[in-house]
Design a binder for this molecule. Structure first.
Ligand SMILES: C[S@@+](CC[C@H](N)C(=O)[O-])C[C@H]1O[C@@H](n2cnc3c(N)ncnc32)[C@H](O)[C@@H]1O
Length: 241
């Protein structure tokens, strides 16, 4: 995995403009179905869902039968085309797909949601963007609603994953050179103010929790079942004492 090009020449919007899948570990329906089941368990009901960064709809089509209304949002036209195709094949008439980004999305939706969710999206947002997303999302959330961020990259586990710590067999001889290359990539990325690699930014759970608390939410931290270096953050409104 190479270093993402310098920020000035690079935008995630452009990067995703011709992509057609979300890069899940396996692209089989069997795997996506299992991934969606884990997510539906944590979404834990509700009747209306906003799936921000829905991509090609690989999970959204599994959410659709469980909700009265599903709104999928993404800034990539190619991803949305794929999502539209899947929704049409499945004949879901409760799904609306919108082209927007983390700022413009709020001009496009008018109703409140029971659940606002993202999967593998926070890695493309800076802390400032996440802060602003949570602040505005909270205004579009029903009182007992939840914001559920799935599969955020955990910085410490990601480093371990990259050096092969979670592999079935660790190749100890490769660990040292890998650490060296990783360190070099990290320094270059920091100097050029770019995301460290094309997977985007990792975010410390304590920092996400701090933002959540600032806007009156408490955060539940859950390790992802299918990705060793990812976690979920479930934000529910703090109950009055
Ligand atoms: C890794 S894919 C995941 C797609 C989908 N959530 C899934 O799990 O299959 C990330 C998606 O987020 C979208 N995305 C990233 N940043 C975004 C932003 N600021 N506004 C809208 N969409 C964004 C990308 O276009 C891409 O479709």
């Amino acid at each position: 995995m190479g270093i993402a090009p310098k920020k000035s020449k690079f935008s995630w919007n452009e990067y995703f403009s011709d992509k057609k899948d979300g890069g899940h570990r396996h692209s089989t329906e069997e795997f996506l179905n299992k991934e969606a089941k884990e997510k539906l368990l944590h979404l834990d009901g509700g009747t209306s869902l906003l799936d921000f960064g829905c991509g090609a709809g690989e999970l959204l089509i599994y959410y659709a039968p469980c909700y009265e209304m599903v709104v999928g949002v993404d800034f990539s036209p190619s991803m949305l085309d794929e999502a539209r195709r899947k929704v049409a094949v499945n004949k879901y008439d409760n799904v609306c797909l919108i082209k927007a980004d983390d700022k413009t999305v709020w001009n496009e939706v008018s109703s409140l949601f029971d659940r606002i969710t993202t999967t593998e999206v926070l890695q493309y947002l800076t802390f400032e963007q996440i802060d602003s997303f949570i602040e505005t999302a909270s205004k579009y959330l029903n009182n007992d609603g939840k914001i559920v961020f799935f599969d955020i990259i955990e910085p410490r586990s990601y480093v371990l994953w990259k050096i092969g710590f979670f592999s079935k067999r660790i190749h100890y001889l490769k660990v040292l050179p890998t650490i060296f290359v990783e360190l070099f990539d990290y320094i270059c990325a920091s100097l050029s103010n770019s995301p460290k690699d094309i997977i985007g930014y990792s975010h410390n759970p304590y920092k996400i929790e701090k933002i959540a608390n600032k806007y009156g939410f408490e955060m539940e931290y859950i390790r992802s079942i299918y990705y060793e270096y990812r976690y979920h953050a479930i934000l529910s409104r703090k109950l009055p004492l």
